[in-house]
Design a protein around this ligand. Structure first.
Ligand code: ZN
Length: 104
């Protein structure tokens, strides 16, 4: 058995290191829009959050995304992201189950 290298990223809310695919990426696009990036491939500065609404709420409360994205994220944006986050959470979890044991 040889260990596979799993890329780790830190959740900006709870500061836990997690495999990249367990995290949801939030990106600040070159047009300075802040949005959720499920593909993980959008251009721009990214921040990672655990795929948990509780972590999103924590990030919102502590304004962790402002710091991670080096840009003030307004309350409206946080509210919009929270709605998107809840919407993608189910999809995200479902996708993970589908992927399952890839590359094993
Ligand atoms: Zn977290």
């Amino acid at each position: 058995m040889r260990p596979r290298k799993v890329p780790l990223r830190k959740c900006v809310a709870c500061q836990e290191m997690m495999p990249k695919k367990e995290l949801i990426r939030v990106v600040r696009t070159p047009a300075e829009e802040v949005q959720i990036d499920l593909t993980g491939k959008k251009a721009g500065r990214g921040a990672y959050l655990c795929g948990k609404v509780s972590c999103f709420k924590l990030a919102k409360k502590s304004k962790a995304l402002d710091r991670a994205l080096k840009q003030p994220v307004g309350d409206q944006i946080y509210d919009q992201l929270e709605r998107d986050f809840i919407a993608v959470e189910d999809q995200f979890i479902a996708g993970k189950e589908l992927i399952g044991d890839e590359a094993e």
